[in-house]
Structure formats: structure tokens, C-alpha cells
Ligand binder design. Structure first.
Ligand SMILES: Cc1cc2nc3c(=O)[nH]c(=O)nc-3n(C[C@H](O)[C@H](O)[C@H](O)COP(=O)(O)OP(=O)(O)OC[C@H]3O[C@@H](n4cnc5c(N)ncnc54)[C@H](O)[C@@H]3O)c2cc1C
Length: 427
């Protein structure tokens, strides 16, 4: 086994796979080191634990071709079969006061005010240049809690609850903990469209993301699984990478494509300095929890949004027993996914007749190779370090959705940073 390469890549999620595959194709000598025993990282399709034989996504799944063009190109390259996300036909929205059981749940008496709120969101998102980094644009006044920001807009009740529920879902943090600036960044990324964010949950890969990540991995010349990197030291000529049981790999460059919340466990020499060092040490605050709830007695195409401990609960797949597998979003601080009584109560909040058969999930916060689900900064972090998180550090380069400028928190963001890093190491 060689102990040197032109380029070492750390982490075989979408970012690391794309970098290592394209460098392999260009004839560069590359070694991809992955701590887990599988590729894909936070894109993880596997057999359901509640419905054996059914493949489910416990991590990233949804995309929209219009916005997520790099991912669409990968899907097309390997002829990966896709299908529309389950279309919603039945609505149970608990958006106090009352229920609003329609696809567009805003009542007529709120139309004018709802339009004003959407205008304010788009107006404030327009202050963001998604390519510039949030720390460089004088946006500190927006880096406040999403709760305080929404209160300042004074939305009418149903519109306000709808926004709080979706923000909780998309940010993986309650509105009091999530940064309004990060919400606005999502809107800016999706062509300055609020609906663009919600409608980006459009399409899924029929056999799971694993089919795509395996196809990408097959084109990587040297992939080493179950090999965690511990330290990276660089001198004037090379980087020295210590991994596995103390082995050392020498390379001209290294691409670190690990989740942000794992970076503080890597011993880097020289270390980061300034706000970047602080934010890496703190870790981001995303705690999003995606639960796959196998239930009977629920209508096909159900969609629930509202004031429950699950801000959203919606249809995902048919189960083999005639029931449905639903997706619920909440966050790991607010909810214990092992508490089956709490799951039943949370489902009954929207669907009193449902019978819960079982629940499946992956605890990303406890996964030692990931440490958190999708990226969602703590209030005040993004205006201290955003673009700088992905900046080249000598011979070290940084990729991954968590350091993306345009699509952080999405698979597309991982591929976006791979483009940047490929350009850096080609110079
Ligand atoms: C529950 C959930 C739902 C999501 N939903 C969506 C969605 O619907 N649509 C969407 O686009 N995105 C979604 N995302 C986000 C998306 O999955 C991620 O942003 C994306 O997959 C991250 O890719 P990545 O390559 O940046 O990092 P990762 O996929 O996390 O890959 C990083 C890799 O680094 C490895 N690693 C860590 N430390 C080391 C080390 N020391 N040495 C070697 N290897 C190491 C890890 O094992 C991992 O394989 C979701 C994420 C989660 C968790």
C-alpha cells in the first residue's frame, strides 16, 4: 500500500467522493480516507428497521433539479432512477387558531398581511450575496434569533405559526435558537424565493442515495474505509496525515471534507486562528432530527404542519403491510427519539386515529463520525465565520456542505465546494 499521494482526501460523503473521483479521472494520485465502514456520510439509504425490504433515507434525500443542478448532473451521469417526492393530497394543519386543512393554509383574512411578511423576508434576503460569505456583508443586524426577527415583522397568527413550524423543520433548531440570517440565506440561495425553499423537497432517488454514492466511489482509485484521520501536519513541502492505527500518509495537498463538528477533533498543525478557530471549536448548533414513523390508519399523501413537537409530519413511502412510512422533523434537544409514548402522542396531535407500528432514525448527533445533522449555525456565528470556514489553509483545502456558501445544509452544497476545491488543487 502506498504511503504517499499527490492529494489526500478526508471523508467520503458527497464532497469527498466528488473530489476524489474527479482527481482520479484526471490521472492524479489520490487516496480517500473514510472513518466509517461505508461511503455517503449524511446521505444514508438503508433497509428500514420497521419494514424490512423497504429502502429508506435516514439522512439527506430530497432535491430540486432547478436549484440543485450539480446533484441533478450526478444523477443523470449514472442514470440513477428518481421519482417525485410523495405528492400531498390530504392536509391536517394545526396552525392556531383552528385547523387550516388545505395546501395553502393561510386564511383569506390574512392574505394582505401574509403578502407583507413574504415581501419583508425577500427584501431582507436580497441584502445577501450568496457568493460573498455572510461575515463580509454588514448583516449583523439580521444575525438574531428567528423568533425575535419574526416578532419584529408582527405576522398574523396563522402565517406566524406556519413560518415558525417551517423554520424549525429547515433549521433543525427552535426559532429562539436559530439565526434569522441563516433562514434568509436559504431564501437567497433559492433565487430569493420563500416558496423555493419549501418546494426544493421535490424529488428523491428511487433506490436510495446509496446507489449514487456507490457509483461515485467505484471510480475512486484508492478508497480506504474504516480509516479515521487523527492529525494533519504541514511543512513547507508536504502534509503528513496520521490515520488509522498510527499510519502516516504524505501528500502534496489535503482536502478535508468532514462535517464541521468533526473538525475540532482533528489536530491541525498549524492550527486555525481568529474567528474561524472559534467557530470550529464551538461547533454549529444544528440538532435536526428526522424520524421515519411507520403507521397504519393514515391517508396516503398526508401533510401535517403546525404547533406540535413535530413541526412537520408528512407522507414518505408506502409500507408493505398497507400502512405508510411518514417523515417527522423536530430537533434532538426537544425530543427523545427512543420515547415511543412521546412519538405516539406527537403523531396523534395531528392524526388521532393513526396506529404507530414503529420508528426508525439515525442519531446523527451521537454518530462519532458526524456529530450533528445538517449545518445550522448558532446565532452570531455566521457573521463571524462563513466564507473563512472553507478557505485554503496552506496545503489544506476544505470541502463539504457545512462550509458551502450557496447551499449549506444540502447535498448540492457539498458538490458546490468540491468544484471550488478541484479548482484550488488544479492551480
Ligand atoms: C437527517 C438529514 C436530512 C437531510 N435532508 C436533506 C435533504 O433532503 N436534501 C439535501 O440536499 N440535504 C439534506 N441533508 C443534508 C445532506 O445530507 C448533507 O449536507 C450532505 O450529505 C453532506 O455531505 P458532505 O460530503 O459535506 O459531508 P458528509 O456526508 O457528512 O461526509 C463527511 C464524511 O467524513 C467522514 N469523516 C468524519 N471525520 C473523519 C475523519 N477524522 N477521518 C476520515 N473520515 C471522517 C464521515 O464519516 C463522513 O462520511 C440532510 C441531512 C440529514 C442529517
Amino acid at each position: 500500500m502506498v504511503d504517499s499521494a499527490e492529494i489526500a482526501v478526508v471523508g467520503a460523503g458527497f464532497a469527498g467522493l466528488r473530489v476524489a473521483r474527479d482527481l482520479s479521472a484526471a490521472g492524479r494520485s489520490v487516496v480517500l480516507l473514510e472513518a466509517a465502514d461505508r461511503v455517503g456520510g449524511r446521505a444514508y439509504s438503508r433497509e428500514s428497521t420497521t419494514d424490512p425490504g423497504t429502502i429508506v433515507e435516514v439522512g439527506g434525500a430530497y432535491f430540486h433539479r432547478h436549484h440543485h443542478t450539480r446533484l441533478a448532473a450526478e444523477v443523470d451521469r449514472y442514470r440513477i432512477e428518481t421519482q417525485p417526492a410523495a405528492p400531498f393530497k390530504v392536509f391536517r394543519n394545526r396552525l392556531a387558531p383552528g385547523e387550516h386543512n388545505s395546501a395553502f393554509p393561510i386564511p383569506a383574512e390574512e392574505f394582505v398581511e401574509a403578502e407583507r411578511i413574504l415581501f419583508c423576508l425577500v427584501r431582507d434576503a436580497r441584502r445577501i450575496d450568496p457568493q460573498a460569505g455572510l461575515e463580509n456583508q454588514g448583516l449583523e443586524d439580521l444575525d438574531i434569533s428567528a423568533r425575535d426577527y419574526l416578532q419584529s415583522l408582527d405576522p398574523p397568527p396563522v402565517t406566524g405559526q406556519l413560518l415558525r413550524s417551517w423554520i424549525w423543520n429547515m433549521m433543525g433548531q427552535r426559532v429562539e435558537e436559530a439565526s434569522a440570517l441563516w433562514v434568509l440565506q436559504f431564501i437567497a440561495s433559492h433565487n430569493y424565493s420563500v416558496l423555493g425553499v419549501i418546494l426544493s423537497l421535490d424529488e428523491v432517488m428511487s433506490s436510495g442515495t446509496g446507489a449514487l454514492t456507490s457509483a461515485m466511489a467505484n471510480e475512486v482509485s484508492d478508497l480506504r474505509l474504516s480509516e479515521a484521520v487523527q492529525s494533519i501536519r504541514q511543512d513547507a513541502d508536504r502534509v503528513h496525515v496520521t490515520y488509522g492505527a498510527g499510519r502516516v500518509l504524505r501528500a502534496d495537498h489535503i482536502v478535508v471534507a468532514t462535517p464541521l463538528n468533526c473538525m475540532r477533533e482533528l489536530q491541525l498543525e498549524p492550527p486555525f486562528k481568529g474567528p474561524r478557530a472559534d467557530v470550529v471549536a464551538e461547533g454549529h448548533g444544528g440538532r435536526g432530527l428526522k424520524l421515519l414513523i411507520h403507521a397504519q390508519g393514515v391517508p396516503e399523501g398526508i401533510s401535517c404542519t403546525g404547533d406540535g413537537i413535530f413541526p412537520t409530519l408528512y407522507d414518505y413511502l408506502p409500507a408493505s403491510d398497507g400502512g405508510r412510512i411518514l417523515v417527522a422533523f423536530t430537533d434532538r434537544n426537544s425530543f427523545d427519539p427512543t420515547d415511543s409514548d412521546a412519538i405516539e402522542a406527537a403523531v396523534h396531535h395531528y392524526l388521532p386515529d393513526a396506529v404507530v407500528v414503529g420508528t426508525d432514525y439515525h442519531d446523527w448527533c451521537e454518530d462519532p463520525h458526524v456529530r450533528a445533522p445538517w449545518v445550522s449555525p448558532r446565532i452570531g456565528q455566521a457573521t463571524r465565520a462563513h466564507k473563512s470556514l472553507g478557505e485554503q489553509h496552506g496545503r489544506m483545502h476544505f470541502a463539504g456542505s457545512d462550509v458551502s456558501l450557496q447551499f449549506p445544509g444540502y447535498i448540492e452544497g457539498a458538490l458546490e465546494t468540491a468544484d471550488r476545491v478541484l479548482a484550488e488543487v488544479s492551480d
